[in-house]
Design a protein around this ligand. Structure first.
Ligand code: PLP
Length: 427
């Protein structure tokens, strides 16, 4: 059955719509941290969709809120007052840390970043953007245009002029040998150098921890150091929290808070986990920036009552059950366990991460050379063992990515680590 569906998929969907696994999996349902495929196989889900199932699959609180709202009305549009949208905006504005915050809802992370770029370029009257090397920000023309991971940028044409800044990746970059403080110094010098040759840059956009780029994070404080430079030039700071928001990193509710000496960012974009799989994205900005557009601008499906109901129920659950704390505790144990496993295996170059966002970088043993084939083989072996995980994209397909729902239990963390260990030992 799955075979036939795969053939039909290939016949009608784009070739670049990549599927995991030689025998792609058709997921039919889920519960908690588990999903089942069409052949009845059960898997522990260590990727949470793609960091979209934030709390749990089929969480009754979210399912009930969605069903009840769908039974009343599914969609009205932003042209009418919408109680769910106002309530979720109030909560996100307050959580964002941005003073006098306004929230605009979209339907994806891409559209959120696109909107942030629109706001920043309009506010600063400039189409120049600073982005990080190796970054990923989405699939629209402008989001692709600023994406620093060039394997994900199928076109070199962009409506924006982008300058790429060092700071995203250290391991294989020219700064590999530097200490944290030396690294920050070198990245700031690089930024100053870039700005010495340009006038009137609108904004810097950055993921606090690069997601598609293999869960790499800069030393804490990098963006605070950048902020001082940006402020001197009047440049806005956009933090892309599409993967790092909502407590996933354990220590902080937002990724930017690892750089909190800087104060809050000017704009924050979010998506993925807030709707527990329902398509919610959005931008938060202080009023002055958000309101710089003078024309009416809507996103037809942004803020739809059904998705907002899901977001409210999911956020309430997340906060009431301290899932950020769970991500810190269980994620901490999981990363420790994976490090212990990795220390025995020459194929593992590094286990890194924060909270329930862990990356395992694979290399050809005895070298520093990335090994994407090994990562693909581990992915297959893990699936055979009953575990779904993710991989980095573009240049970082040698990095296994682990980002389970934030309700993960210690027993499930141990079970997943044991399956991963067996899978890693096959390569
Ligand atoms: N920004 C980051 C950091 C992402 O990881 C992604 C998607 O993976 C996006 C933006 C784009 O989000 P979406 O796929 O919802 O458009």
């Amino acid at each position: 059955m799955t075979r036939r569906l795969h053939d039909r998929h290939r016949a009608v969907l784009p070739d670049w719509l990549a599927l995991y696994y030689k025998q792609p999996v058709e997921i039919t349902h889920g519960e908690g941290r588990h999903v089942w495929d069409a052949d009845g196989n059960k898997y522990l889900d260590f990727f949470g969709g793609i960091l979209t199932t934030m709390t749990a699959h089929a969480l009754p609180e979210v399912t009930k809120a969605v069903a009840e709202q769908a039974g009343r009305i599914i969609h009205t549009s932003t042209l009418y007052l919408n109680r769910q949208m106002v309530e979720l905006a109030e909560r996100i504005a307050q959580l964002s840390g941005i003073p006098d915050a306004r929230v605009f809802f979209t339907t994806s992370g891409t559209e959120a970043n696109d909107t942030a770029l629109l706001l920043a370029t309009a506010y600063r009257n400039s189409n120049q953007i600073l982005a990080m090397r190796n970054s990923y920000h989405g699939r629209s023309f402008s989001a692709v245009g600023i994406t620093g991971n060039h394997a994900w940028s199928p076109t070199s044409l962009s409506p924006l002029q982008t300058l790429y800044v060092h700071g995203g990746v250290r391991a294989r970059g020219p700064y590999a040998h530097l200490s944290d403080s030396q690294f920050i110094e070198a990245c700031v010098a690089d930024l100053e150098d870039l700005l010495g040759h340009t006038r009137n840059v609108a904004a810097l956009i950055a993921e606090p921890i690069q997601g598609v780029g293999g869960f790499t994070s800069p030393p804490d404080g990098l963006y605070a150091a950048f902020r001082e430079v940006l402020d001197r030039h009047g440049i806005l700071w956009i933090t892309d929290e599409v993967q790092t928001g909502w407590g996933r990193t354990g220590d902080h509710f937002w990724g930017w808070q690892a750089h909190a000496q800087s104060g809050p960012p000017d704009l924050l974009t979010f998506a993925k986990g807030i709707g527990n799989g329902m398509s919610i994205g959005g931008v938060v900005a202080r009023a002055e920036v958000m309101n710089c557009l003078d024309s009416n601008s809507i996103s037809t499906f942004g803020g739809s009552p059904v998705t907002m109901a899901a977001g409210l129920a999911n956020l309430t659950y997340l906060l009431e059950h301290d899932l950020q704390g769970n991500a810190r505790r269980v994620g901490g144990l999981l990363i420790e366990r994976l490090r212990a496993i990795g220390a025995q295996l020459p194929v593992v170059r590094e286990v890194r991460g924060r909270g329930l966002m862990a990356g395992i970088e694979l290399v050809r043993p005895g070298t520093d050379e990335a090994d994407p084939e090994a990562a693909a083989a581990v992915l297959e072996a893990a699936r055979e063992g009953g575990l779904l995980i993710g991989k980095g994209g573009g240049h970082d397909t040698s990095v296994l990515r682990i980002a389970p729902p934030l309700t993960l239990t210690v027993a499930e963390a141990e079970e997943g680590a044991a399956i991963l260990e067996r899978a890693l030992r096959t390569v």
